[in-house]
Design a protein around this ligand. Structure first.
Ligand code: C2G
Length: 132
């Protein structure tokens, strides 16, 4: 079984995220999503989520490409996650290109950056809705 992992906040969930998850799943048979906790988002990413971790987890678990959702509560957990879950491929959108190359040096996992869906973002959604 080829195992894939990806990381993110996924709030507000939109089709750019779905594209990412679909593309990530194409690299294997089992996709794990490490979902940023509310605390990690607030303290480390300065992001205030609209949906709580539990609600974002519920949404992700309903997506056909996703097999398991685990918490992301540290920038430094990736190498340990890859060992713990026997990950073959680490996938992120290419807005992160280069940021996680160290993973292929420190683990046997392949690092793949897939094209980010250009025209959609949570920031854009909020702007279009006239909310801050
Ligand atoms: N993404 C995308 N297209 C978009 C928006 C997001 O492909 N229009 C991808 C991002 O590149 C990322 C994933 O969807 O791979 C999740 O995006 P976010 O929820 O914004 O997560 P981020 O803040 O990038 O957190 O440790 C890594 C971090 O947790 C990543």
């Amino acid at each position: 079984m080829r195992r894939v992992i990806t990381y993110g906040t996924f709030d507000l969930l939109h089709y750019g995220h779905i594209n990412l998850l679909k593309r990530a799943k194409e690299y294997g048979d089992y996709l794990i999503v490490a979902l940023s906790t509310d605390e990690f988002n607030w303290c480390e990413k300065k992001k205030k989520c609209y949906f709580s971790y539990e609600k974002r987890k519920q949404l992700l678990e309903a997506i056909r490409y996703v097999d398991l959702v685990i918490p992301e509560d540290s920038w430094d957990q990736k190498v340990l996650d890859i060992a713990k879950y026997h990950i073959d491929t680490f996938v992120m959108g290419d807005d992160w290109k280069g940021s996680f190359d160290f993973i292929s040096e420190q683990t046997d996992a392949k690092v793949v950056y897939v094209t980010r869906t250009p025209e959609i973002s949570t920031t854009q959604i909020k702007k279009d809705l006239g909310v801050d």
